[in-house]
Design a protein around this ligand. Structure first.
Ligand code: C5P
Length: 234
């Protein structure tokens, strides 16, 4: 079985990211580089992590005009990342441009295209947030609408909250990969994630990949924490 744990490298410097990555590499399946680390350390940190042989999920949640998103996705593909994110609310044309750029650039570079993941409704948004920006205030309905649009655009994966996995699995084609943050084991301190599942519950509900940040990097022993999470789903 492939290791479905994606460890979020949510640390403020390249040095800390490389140290954490080397400590836990053997217990996780991939590393996520998000906006903070990328803004501090740039493409170099992606190259350095890739150079260790690890898979990289570049989580920059692109949302712009189709041409700009396509160019950003092409650049990420040339960095040889295995997954990246775009906002599905950017629309059908933007998503199609993103996926086409990933496929074309990968073919030109002689490698596999990264999995372009669509972000639907951020878990920090609720019905008020949606109403504020003029969307229908039913979060579940908006997630379903955007997920269907992503599938129509040809995306092969989505990021979703753990509590959305089971509903999405009801209607999504089975090849769609679901990547979920909001994972908690119960052993860590309480934090800002409110609607969580354990790693085992998320896998049972149909998650393909688990994005795990603080339960690993903020643990006293990150390697032991990652190993124990892996054992809980093996
Ligand atoms: O520390 P924690 O396990 O909560 O980290 C979860 C990671 O997933 C963070 O990098 C966070 O930005 C990201 N994420 C999230 N909720 C979303 C989308 C991404 O927690 N809806």
């Amino acid at each position: 079985m492939r290791n479905p744990i994606i460890a979020a490298l949510d640390v403020p410097t390249a040095e800390q990211a490389l140290k954490l990555a080397s400590e836990i590499a053997s217990a996780v399946g991939a590393f996520k580089i998000g906006s903070e680390l990328f803004t501090v350390a740039g493409p170099d940190i992606v190259k350095q992590i890739r150079a260790t042989g690890a898979l990289v999920f570049l989580d920059l949640k692109f949302h712009d005009i189709p041409n700009t998103v396509a160019k950003a996705v092409a650049a990420a593909t040339r960095l040889d990342v295995q997954m990246l994110t775009i906002h599905t609310s950017g629309g059908l044309e933007m998503m199609r441009a993103a996926d086409a750029a990933a496929q074309q650039t990968a073919t030109q570079s002689g490698r596999n295209a990264p999995l372009v993941l669509g972000v639907t409704v951020l878990t920090s948004s609720d019905s008020h947030t949606l109403a504020e920006i003029g969307c229908q205030p039913n979060v579940g309905a908006q997630v379903e609408r955007l997920a269907n649009l992503a599938v129509k655009a040809g995306l092969r994966g989505l990021v979703c909250s753990p509590l959305e996995i089971a509903d999405l699995r009801q209607f999504l084609p089975s090849h769609i990969q679901l990547v979920t943050p909001g994972i908690r084991t119960g052993a860590e301190k309480a934090d800002d994630q409110k609607r969580t599942l354990t790693p085992r519950e998320a896998i049972n509900a149909g998650a393909s990949w688990l994005v795990i940040g603080r339960p690993i990097y903020a643990a006293e022993n990150p390697r032991a924490a990652a190993e124990s999470i892996l054992a809980s789903i093996s």
